[in-house]
Design a protein around this ligand. Sequence first.
Ligand code: ZN
Length: 150
Amino acid sequence: MSDVGELYQDIILDHNRRPRNYGELAGDARRAEGKNPLCGDEVTVWVRLDGDVIGEVSFVGIGCAISRASASLMTAAVKGKSRAEAVELFDRVHGLVTGREREPDSYKKLGGLAALSGVSRYPARVKCASLAWHALRSAMAAAPASVSAE
Ligand code: ZN
């Protein structure tokens, strides 16, 4: 494996071991769940929109290292982005993990998310890598949780 491959491997393992933005968002956050029965991955994503911008985002997930690392990398990448920017980023990541996106330049723009490029060699893992992103998209489209007025 190349040095770059090893670097990417380290990023995946680090995010799996120490996931960023892990835990529930309380209050009126929107949430959605995703399941990947092929691998046994389950993820719940919370998002709080500030107008059209992702103010806060978090996740809780069980499953393989790729599904957890992808969710962790996602939360770090989309915070502060608009809904449209997040969906566009998802499209790029999807291209990356399916091997459609092979431009080294776009890897650079993706930052840590580029670590997911190795997934393109394992088509069965594409669902693992995209699970949290699908959940994010659903969460952004969901209604905010109703907060009981007390
Ligand atoms: Zn998986």
